[in-house]
Design a protein around this ligand. Structure first.
Ligand code: HEM
Length: 544
């Protein structure tokens, strides 16, 4: 640095006609200040990262690539991590990403309670990529805005509303199964079809939009755009250069993302506008009917609206979003409604699809449990073709099976928070009684590792639905099993998702025996934002 200052100093002294020592000294001070300004945040990060090491007990580091080299986001990496990390560090592990940066991964009920009840805001790393699509909806918003909107959206998930969706779940799953019935005896790669089915379901439940997307996905611009957005987010997460905004937005993929987001936003805006129009007309019409004493009853029970369109029987998410009002009588703006609809589409379709895919795979893998589930489904449904609302609570073994599936294959692998104040974690474990995590740390709840932590689960890698009998649940901490997270920011759509999963699985078990053989490759987990399979999920179906 002193050589640089001397060279720059003598050059400047020539130009400024000032003694070179004074100029060199000034340049030296200036360069030092600039370098310190640049280095200070890195030094601060480094010190905090080292501090976290001390808190959890030093972990073996791999300097240049951090722990990513040892525990990459792949099938083998995530399995190795879930076995090795809790073995040495039962509560949490300081996961070095680079020399100056780490995530604190927690995976024990004691640290989960502390983190999820702390009120720490979400960290931006993962959701940064979905924000240009879903905006500032419930999943990504913070503070007062989130609080108000969570309160406004809760009625959309009331059981009276969810009841109305049972018919849709039956219909969309039957459509998928009809498709499979026509595919013959070979193994079927199910991930695309299940993804289209859950998207079809979400579109109908969120906005009563019927796209026929399970048959015609490639030809439908809106469906194509939603699929593009989901796959481009995955691409972005997997390509380190695309993590840099400037590079991504100027790449072909970034331009495709912008294009797809434009289509999706425009379509949602059109639907919201016409729904508001429809509701306004309906109000005018109703007012006219009430004020007109001569109107007879048959006018009101017509199967068509006053504009000639068929009456919608379903009160969908969009209706709730449009009608909801806070204490001051203020509702959501059009932009807020659009963000929430997009949030439901994003958060509600890939997650449920992942849950259904891995459940079907595990049914095929464990024929004895499959038979037990089928027996129960047949007993509950008898001769009925469709599952009804009251049947859902009677599927007790099937529910245990789905829960065990989401223990070993949680659709959302991890959730993370940014500490705005120190976090105290207290534990009964001998190895770590208390830890105080400093402000500014990024702390994640690694759901995948929590669900396989040997300090919490006996034989954690063994698939066993009996873990979810009432007696066995009572023996564990309520924070041992968190596929839908917990606390105030838990999943608002968990009952919706469980209902859809139960109905799809019950319908499948009624029609097919599922099995694996030498032609069905073992799926390789790909832990991205959502747990997927890198090579798809292949299952054989035998018609019953
Ligand atoms: C098996 C399916 C699902 C799983 C495993 C799942 C899991 C989760 C998890 C772990 C979170 C917490 C995220 C975080 O803290 O960053 C979450 C939040 C959320 N989920 Fe789900 N989800 C599922 C289905 C759904 C469905 C069907 C919907 C909507 C219809 C939905 C809507 C949401 C929303 C809006 C949030 C944000 C809630 C808030 O922050 O207030 N999810 N979900």
């Amino acid at each position: 640095m002193s050589i640089l200052s001397t060279v720059l100093g003598s050059l400047l002294s020539e130009i400024l006609q000032t003694p070179s020592t004074i100029v060199s000294l000034s340049v030296f001070v200036l360069v030092t200040v600039i370098l310190w300004k640049l280095a200070k945040p890195l030094v601060k990060l480094f010190v905090r990262t080292k501090r976290l090491d001390e808190i959890v007990g030093a972990a073996p580091r791999h300097w240049f690539f951090g722990h990513l080299k040892k525990y990459p986001p792949t099938h083998d990496g995530i399995l190795r991590g879930s076995r090795e990390r809790p073995a040495s560090f039962p509560l949490m592990f300081n996961f070095w990403i680079a020399p100056c940066f780490s995530f604190l991964h927690t995976y024990h009920p004691d640290s989960a309670i502390a983190l999820l009840s702390s009120g720490a805001p979400k960290n931006n790393v993962g959701y940064r990529f979905v924000r240009p699509w879903i905006g500032d909806g419930l999943l990504t918003s913070k503070g007062k805005k989130w609080q108000r909107n969570r309160h406004l959206l809760t009625p959309a998930f009331h059981f009276k509303i969810l009841k109305g969706y049972v018919e849709i779940f039956n219909k969309t799953s039957k459509e998928m199964l009809d498709k499979w019935e026509n595919l013959g005896n070979g193994p079927i790669e199910i991930s695309v079809d299940v993804g289209l089915m859950t998207l079809d379901t979400m579109l109908q439940c969120a906005m009563s939009v019927e796209t026929n997307c399970q048959q015609l996905s490639e030809n439908h611009p809106y469906i194509k755009a939603v699929e593009d957005l989901a796959s481009l987010i995955t691409l972005r997460i997997n390509k380190p250069l695309y993590l840099i905004d400037f590079i991504f937005w100027n790449s072909k993929a970034g331009k495709r993302f912008k294009e797809a987001a434009k289509i999706v936003h425009k379509e949602a805006e059109n639907i919201i506008r016409s729904r508001k129009q429809e509701l306004k007309q309906k109000m005018l019409w109703n007012n006219r009917i009430h004020s007109d004493k001569q109107t007879n009853d048959s006018d009101c029970s017509s199967d068509e609206d006053n504009d000639g369109t068929p009456k919608r029987k379903l009160f969908d998410f969009l209706d709730t979003l449009i009608h909801t009002k806070d204490e001051e009588g203020n509702g959501l703006t059009d932009r807020e409604i659009r963000d929430e609809v997009d949030t439901f589409l994003f958060e509600g379709h890939d997650t449920t699809s992942s849950g259904i895919q891995w459940t079907l795979y595990n049914l095929a893998k464990y024929p004895e449990y499959q038979e037990k589930c089928r027996k129960e489904v047949n007993e509950v449904l008898g001769d009925k073709q469709s599952v009804e609302w009251d049947d859902l609570a009677k599927f007790s073994y099937l529910t245990m099976f789905i829960k065990e599936d989401m223990r070993l294959y949680p659709p959302v692998v991890t959730v993370s928070r940014e500490l705005v104040e120190p976090l105290t974690v207290k534990s009964k474990l001998a190895l770590m009684k208390e830890a105080i995590i400093p402000t500014g740390s990024t702390v994640s709840l690694h759901i995948f590792t929590l669900h396989r932590n040997p300090h919490v689960w006996e034989n954690p890698h063994v698939f066993d639905p009996e873990r979810f009998t009432k007696e066995n649940i009572a023996k564990r901490s309520p924070h041992a099993y968190l596929p839908f997270s917990a606390g105030s920011r838990n999943c608002i759509g968990q009952n919706f998702a469980m209902n859809e999963m139960k109905i799809t699985i019950a319908q499948t078990l009624r029609r097919f025996r599922l099995y694996l053989d030498n032609d069905t490759p073992e799926p390789k987990m790909a832990p991205r934002l959502i747990l997927q399979s890198k090579n798809g999920i292949h299952i054989k179906f035998e018609k019953l």
